[in-house]
Design a protein around this ligand. Structure first.
Ligand code: GLA
Length: 727
């Protein structure tokens, strides 16, 4: 028996690792949701169809004439036919009418996962169920796709909307999914934030009405991450039921949770529909972004580990995902814009001495860029600053056996640039009307193919002419003036989605043209940290805030739905440039080791002791590469709730683990509850040794009782390498 069964094509049962998802087609031919949660048996699907499906039928179908559908748990609710929740899809026809009645048409089950051109998508799946619905009032069909993997708790969904008629319709809303749950007694977990305080977890009860998480910034944003989780009562890191929603999308988005007057809960989301209006001509199909739904009965930790596996196995480029991450040094905080060969050579030389393998030249190498107010778009060398171009730097790196990386901000344009002087209409916003500047810059109109082509050529020249093995792709402003000087009036409502399709197009072309280049995403720190960007770039700069106190929290929040291999984490100088705080070098290294590690300071100015520490950190880091790339993360002590941050990575076979602990606030003379940490995630049957302390103990005592935390002063930390003892 596969993962999907249908009873006469009317009941659908999907089964992943630990969950089941059930739907049926009721008497009135609506596609009804019946169940999503812990695994139940296939035969239970029939029971649910009889008990739940028929009860809903009775409420909304009256002898074939349909009445109000408000009580129906719908798989893809539409507008204007008596369902008074927020709809998932809203279609305006040529005559202005907006009511639809989508009813069941057919289904098919196919092996694998569909290839969705132009959009990030799950690259792997065992089977895909597609259920087709047809509108009774217009020539519109909807294809709902469900991608299932037997070994995963993630269920991927998306929709295709097809205009099979003769005249155009307008999509005013086209979300990726809806999920009706019978119970609303959940808390909603969101990751809100700001530049330098990304992905801060916040838990709140769900009241009646609509709770909306969203970005209207043209990017997934620092403000809220396109992720939400529903936590049942008493969910902990290791136990309890929870659901996750994660959009594979990087543009303006929304996720809503609506508690109805009947106390049911509808969750839905996708492209933000504020000002959205997509003209769908006869014969055309619109494809929504994908959403990764997840169910965990093993608490929030289980949910996170499921998402980390899903992203590594199905989303991130398989050619790059398990590639050993370059340990790099980036010159940004060392020099900012003020660099020269003379300033950079000592950093490169020192990097080689210390065991670093890549040098990255950040902002300021192009056009006449000496400050952040010029030259974006002019992707040719700043020969005033670097008279012989990049060659002397690359040669210096080669001599030292280092690789070379380069920063770009492909989507932006400075008014003070040759590009703007030649093509002022390539900036978004209506020509002749004043646009808002962000960091003195405007955004390039990536809805226009010629603009994307231009940037591709410019970057291809630089990457083709120089030996570059790493690219940092930055994006440093929220968008405004969502308007293209190229799109016709009736297509301006397509702007934000078309923009992000342009970004995906460029990312696809570059990563394909340069298969050996390693790409890192960035957006004023972690302002576009999402599964959509991870499809193209295996890692993303987590935050400009590298203060190891704040960073521990930022990385903790980020790990709720992203693997540590996706988080780029650097050691920087103190007093920290963002917070002014001073934290021991060892702690900065410990926190940065929980991700794709690197350094962001002037290595040539380090003390001998610090240089020694860098060498040791890199040796230690190389030992845990496989855990960073593919380990399971266990969050052991919550920095938002206690004075101790503690996380552990465990290998899949549980033979190796790595623990990092940081004291966030000193506890003089205190014997407090966080004096012990329980090492969840170890195998209870195995015997382990902690290399640094020499402690040997069974997995069961380490899991159920824990290990004493050594005394630490404020901001001090320790790292433990743990290995299974073999007899
Ligand atoms: C952003 C990035 C930084 C740095 C600067 C350069 O702020 O987050 O890491 O690259 O841009 O301008």
């Amino acid at each position: 028996m596969g993962n999907m069964i249908t009873e006469n094509g009317k009941t659908f049962y999907l089964r992943g690792k630990n969950y089941a998802y059930v739907m049926c087609v009721g008497k009135a031919e609506y596609l009804q949701h019946l169940y999503y949660g812990a695994a139940i048996r296939e035969s239970d699907a029939v029971y649910l169809a009889e008990k739940v499906g028929s009860a809903q039928d009775a409420l909304c179908a009256d002898g074939g004439r349909d009445v109000c559908t408000n009580e129906l748990w719908s798989e893809y609710p539409s507008y204007g036919r008596g369902d008074y929740h927020e709809p998932c899809v809203l279609i305006r026809r040529g005559d202005g009418a907006v009511m639809s009645r989508f009813r069941y048409l057919s289904y098919k089950i196919e092996k694998g996962a569909p290839n969705v051109e132009g959009l990030p998508h799950a690259r792997a799946g065992d089977e895909t169920l597609t259920v087709a619905l047809k509108d009774d009032f217009s020539a519109t069909e909807i294809y709902l796709h469900y991608i299932v993997r037997e070994s995963s708790d993630v269920l991927v969904r998306y929709a295709e909307i097809r205009n099979t008629g003769r005249e155009a319709v307008s999509l005013c809303r086209a979300f990726s999914f809806a999920l009706d749950l019978p119970d609303h007694k959940f808390s909603l977990l969101r990751l809100h934030g700001n530049p330098t305080a990304e992905r801060t977890p916040e838990l709140s009860p769900l009241g009646h009405g609509v709770t909306k998480l969203q970005s209207l910034r043209g990017a997934s944003s620092h403000q809220t991450n396109p992720f939400a989780a529903l936590l049942g009562e008493s969910v902990s890191e290791m136990a309890g039921e929870c659901y996750g929603v994660q959009l594979l999308y990087s543009g303006s988005w929304s996720i809503t949770a609506e508690v109805s007057n009947n106390d049911t809960l509808r969750l839905q989301g996708g492209i933000n529909d504020t000002a959205f209006n997509w003209k769908l001509n006869a014969g055309e199909t619109f494809v929504t972004p994908q959403v990764a739904l997840s169910y965990s009965s093993e608490g929030l930790g289980g949910l996170s580990r499921g998402y980390a596996d899903f992203l590594r196995e199905c989303v991130i480029d398989p050619k790059r995902v398990l590639v050993e991450r370059p340990v790099l040094v980036n010159n940004w905080e060392a020099t900012y814009f003020d660099f020269s060969y003379e300033k950079l050579f000592p950093i490169i030389d020192e990097a080689a001495n210390l065991g670093i393998d890549t040098f990255v030249l950040d902002d300021g190498w192009f056009g006449k860029r000496n400050w952040d107010d010029s030259s974006l778009g002019d992707w040719f060398l700043n020969t005033e600053k670097l008279p012989q171009g990049l060659t002397p730097l690359i040669e210096r790196c080669k001599k030292n056996e280092l690789k070379f990386g380069l920063w770009f901000e492909p989507e932006m344009i400075s008014e003070n640039s040759e590009l703007y002087r030649a093509h002022p209409d390539w900036a978004i916003g209506k020509s002749g009307q004043l646009s808002i500047r962000g960091r003195h810059q405007l955004t390039l109109d990536f809805t226009r193919k010629e603009v994307v082509d231009y940037v591709f050529e410019a970057m291809r020249n630089i990457l083709g002419e120089n030996e570059i093995s790493y690219v940092k792709w930055d994006m440093n402003r929220s968008m405004s003036e969502f308007y293209s000087n190229d799109l016709p009036a009736e297509r301006q409502g397509e702007f934000t989605h078309r923009y992000i399709l342009g970004v995906y197009d460029l990312a696809e072309r570059l990563t394909t043209a340069f298969p050996d280049v390693f790409f890192e995403g960035c957006a004023s720190g972690g302002g576009r940290f999402d599964a959509g960007m991870l499809y193209y770039f295996p890692q993303i700069w987590t935050s400009d805030n590298t203060d190891a106190y704040d960073r521990a929290r930022i990385q903790w929040g980020t790990s709720y739905c992203y693997p540590v291999s996706a988080m780029s984490c650097h050691v920087s100088a103190c007093p920290n440039h963002q917070t002014g705080r001073t934290i021991p070098f060892s702690t900065r290294g410990a926190i940065a080791s929980l991700g794709a590690t690197g350094y962001e300071l002037d290595l040539s100015k380090l003390s001998d002791e610090e240089k020694h520490a860098v060498k040791e950190q890199i040796i230690s880091y190389k030992k845990i590469q496989s855990l960073i790339l593919n380990g399971d993360l266990f969050r052991l002590s919550n920095p938002f709730e206690t004075d101790l941050f503690c996380e552990m990575l465990v290998s899949k076979d549980k033979s190796q683990a790595y623990v990092v602990c940081e004291r966030l606030r000193a506890q003089p003379n205190g014997y407090k509850k966080d004096c012990f940490v329980r090492l969840f995630g170890l195998d209870e049957q195995k015997l382990y040794r902690i290399e640094e302390s020499g402690i040997t103990a069974s997995g069961s005592v380490l899991v159920h009782f824990g290990v004493p935390v050594p005394h630490l002063y404020e901001y001090e930390s320790f790292c433990w390498h743990i290995r299974e003892m073999t007899t």
